[in-house]
Design a protein around this ligand. Structure first.
Ligand code: NAP
Length: 246
């Protein structure tokens, strides 16, 4: 129970990769705040996690809304007393070729995927600076490094996360706060299950390990950065992509 007594906030933690991350932290005994745009799904996930013997609370949060973000952090500090680990996981896609991409789809994706990380990091750092301790882990993507046709908005948001992670790491390193990123490749979730069999087979050809990753593969890299003993690692990226980008 290496994280007993620690408080973890996971954005978009109700399902997919975020839920697997929450389960990995629950297995280590941490208390959890599942902050998701859908309170209903977050509630279901929090109830499941509570049955594993940890404190888990659901919070309704749209990460792109500054007032909601501030409110959720205030509530968390009131209820749990601290925030040790923040996982910025909430993310969406609105794909389309650049020439056809609507400005609103650019703004929506950047607003949630990148501004959301900025807003949550800012609130977390306020708490973590006082604690002189914190772990911030941002979920980026392999497309931040490779680009991907049809994902100008998404790849730009994820590349932005890498710069934001490194700046956060430099600004708060001397306060006991680390900031790192995990860059998943193709992971089996609702997002990738929706792709046609043809596209899935094409993608598999680009993955040396020869299979899609699992949500647990991503959770394991997040848990590494979150470990108290890994405090000398900051501003780094772990690629979880089966070798498709090296
Ligand atoms: P997912 O299954 O769609 O889960 C994302 C979660 O975030 C959902 O619970 C979603 O709620 C929530 N969410 C959406 N907008 C939000 C907002 N504005 N504020 C708070 N929560 C919000 O996605 P996933 O595949 O687990 O992806 C998780 C992260 O990994 C994302 O950042 C994604 O970009 C990244 N990633 C995924 C893959 C992959 O292959 N799956 C690869 C690389 C990176 P609703 O369901 O109610 O919308």
């Amino acid at each position: 129970m290496e994280l007993k007594g620690q408080v973890v906030m996971i954005t978009g933690g109700a399902r997919g990769i975020g839920k697997a991350i929450a389960e990995a932290f629950a297995a280590k005994g941490a208390d959890l705040v599942i902050a998701d745009i859908s309170l209903e799904t977050a509630d279901e996930t929090a109830k499941e996690l509570s049955q594993k013997g940890v404190r888990a609370k659901a919070a309704k949060l749209d990460v792109s809304k500054a007032a909601e973000v501030a409110g959720v952090f205030d509530e968390t500090v009131k209820d749990f007393g601290r925030v040790d680990i923040l996982v910025n996981n909430a993310g969406i896609t609105r794909d389309g070729l650049l020439l056809r991409m609507k400005e609103e789809d650019w703004d929506l994706v950047l607003g949630i995927n990148l501004k959301g990380v900025f807003l949550c990091t800012k609130e977390a750092v306020k708490v973590m600076v006082k604690q002189r301790y914190g772990r911030i882990i941002n979920i980026a993507s392999v497309v931040a490094f490779m680009g991907n046709p049809g994902q100008a908005n998404y790849s730009a948001s994820k590349a932005g996360i890498i710069g934001l992670t490194k700046t956060t790491a430099r600004e708060y390193a001397n306060r006991g706060i680390t900031a790192n990123a995990v860059a998943p490749g193709f992971i089996s979730t609702a997002m990738t299950d929706a792709l046609s069999e043809n596209i899935r087979q094409e993608m598999l050809k680009s993955i040396p390990i020869g299979k899609f990753g699992s949500v647990d593969d991503v959770a394991s890299a997040v848990a590494f950065f979150a470990a108290p003993e890994n405090g000398y690692i900051t501003g780094q990226v772990i690629h979880v992509n089966g070798g498709m980008y090296m």
